[in-house]
Design a protein around this ligand. Structure first.
Ligand SMILES: Nc1ncnc2c1ncn2[C@@H]1O[C@H](COP(=O)(O)OP(=O)(O)OP(=O)(O)O)[C@@H](O)[C@H]1O
Ligand SMILES: [Mg+2]
Length: 419
């Protein structure tokens, strides 16, 4: 097993398009790293460069401290599991798992020992003599993983391995992959555009946008201290709310009212004009179900609730608002960057299941003002980020590269242009 180091990796395809743009990420020995981002951000390209299926235009790819840029895939000794698991239909499960060992001309005793060990780990014992065509999607996926395990590879690389499965099975397989990776302690790089997979599986997560690394941190750091609007909007479900905000002293003026925020946050956001405030749905609460001593006037506002979705343990309430044009433009762009992830003209708040707020009510809502983020609308930078707990954050100049690519794309694609 080995650490993987990507140093200033660049990939330009034939047409000069920078699919991966100066990305540096280190994956520690035994670590589970997630590469996440919207479609087309370069996740698969980066993974294919690690495994050797794609040439590296610039930068160094290091595996176990050794530069591998010019090594053929088979000499890198990595195991890759794809979205389409590509099992051999005419071979049994046993022979599918054994395949890489047969290729390497391993003796029969070793083949048998390794296949049985893998099948035990993956609970495939009773299916060993069956053909893949007769298995369920999850079982087939486990066979593909078995084939990856028997190789004693330096690392596992997964490209959206669960995206063909239904939601329930995806949940189960997620847990299995996590358990297996911990047990084997094998360095793993896992590509997904599903932020739930990113949050639950990864020791650390690298968020990409248009080929540029945005932040590389633990799931908790990403959730609590997103470096910019893009990461803030991408991580978390339902997504963070973004609202126009004006800061004066330690008061933040929002469409619903004015909140008092901590001095240190306010200090970072003085004299910046119109900002974008970010507040997660779970940092709101129905004031009437809270302890009275926690609720203060500086942290509550009244609003008319448009729609309520009650889920038993919690409820989501929707409150529409108007955003001024300066902010709306940035949020429309963000929505596009996030693959049209959400509606941004309404506040989504999560309430305790005990809340009795219903549609049309004028409710008193409490906000945890300590958890507010304030973003610069021009650069998207999180002005209130706690840098000590945000992992690796590339500089503003580095992030600007993604915007350049975006502008070029807009120029080429007339449908994408915003007015
Ligand atoms: N062979 C190629 N030639 C030219 N451009 C390519 C090629 N392969 C990928 N690209 C471009 O590189 C960018 C990154 O593609 P990549 O497949 O790495 O994205 P991804 O993050 O894996 O997306 P998805 O989530 O859709 O799989 C895309 O804009 C894509 O159009
Ligand atoms: Mg891909």
């Amino acid at each position: 097993m080995a650490a993987i180091e990507m140093k200033n990796i660049v990939k330009k395809y034939g047409d000069g398009f920078p699919a991966v743009n100066d990305v540096s990420i280190d994956v520690e020995d035994g670590e589970f790293l997630i590469l996440v981002g919207p479609s087309g951000c370069g996740k698969s390209t980066l993974l294919r460069m690690i495994v050797g299926l794609e040439d590296i235009t610039d930068g160094d790819m290091m595996i176990g401290g050794k530069k591998v840029n010019d090594l053929a895939p088979r000499d890198r000794n990595l195991s890759m599991v794809f979205q389409n698991y590509a099992l051999y239909p005419h071979l049994t499960v046993y022979e599918n798992i054994a395949f890489p060992l047969r290729l390497a001309n391993k003796p029969e005793s070793e083949v048998d020992e390794k296949v049985r060990e893998a099948s035990k780990t993956l609970e495939l014992d009773e299916h060993l003599e069956r053909k893949p065509g007769n298995l369920s999607g999850g079982q087939r996926q486990r066979v593909a993983m078995g084939r990856a395990i028997v190789r004693d590879a330096e690392a596992f690389l997964f490209d959206e391995p669960l995206s063909n499965l239904d939601a329930k099975l995806r949940g189960q397989m997620r847990t299995e992959i996590s358990r297996l990776q911990k047990r084997l302690g094998i360095t793993t790089v896992y590509v997904t555009h599903d932020q739930t997979e990113a949050m639950t599986l990864g020791d650390r997560v690298a968020v990409l946008k248009r080929g540029v690394l945005q932040q590389h941190a633990t799931p908790r750091e990403l959730y609590e201290n997103p470096a910019n609007l893009f990461v803030a909007g991408f991580i978390g479900s339902p997504p963070m709310n973004f609202l126009p905000a004006k800061v004066t002293g330690n008061q933040v003026e929002l469409p619903f009212g004015t909140l008092t925020i901590p001095e240190d946050k306010a200090a970072k956001a003085q004299d910046k004009g119109l900002l974008i405030a970010g507040i997660r749905p779970d940092h709101f609460e129905d004031a009437s179900v809270m302890d009275a001593d926690k609720v203060t006037d500086e942290a509550t506002f009244n609003a008319t609730v448009d729609v309520v979705e009650w889920l038993g343990n919690e409820a989501y309430a929707y409150i529409p608002f108007e955003a001024p044009p300066e902010v709306r433009e940035q949020l429309t762009q963000l929505e596009k960057d996030l693959d049209g992830e959400s509606m941004r003209t309404q506040l989504v708040i999560s309430l305790d299941g005990a809340s009795r707020i219903s549609e049309g009510d004028d409710a008193t809502i409490w906000v945890d003002a300590r958890k507010i983020h304030l973003f610069d609308p021009a650069t998207g930078e999180n002005l209130t980020m706690d840098a000590d707990n945000a992992g690796i954050v590339p500089g503003v100049e580095a992030l600007a590269k993604a915007e350049e690519v975006g502008k070029e794309q807009d120029a080429v694609d007339p449908n994408a242009a915003t007015t």
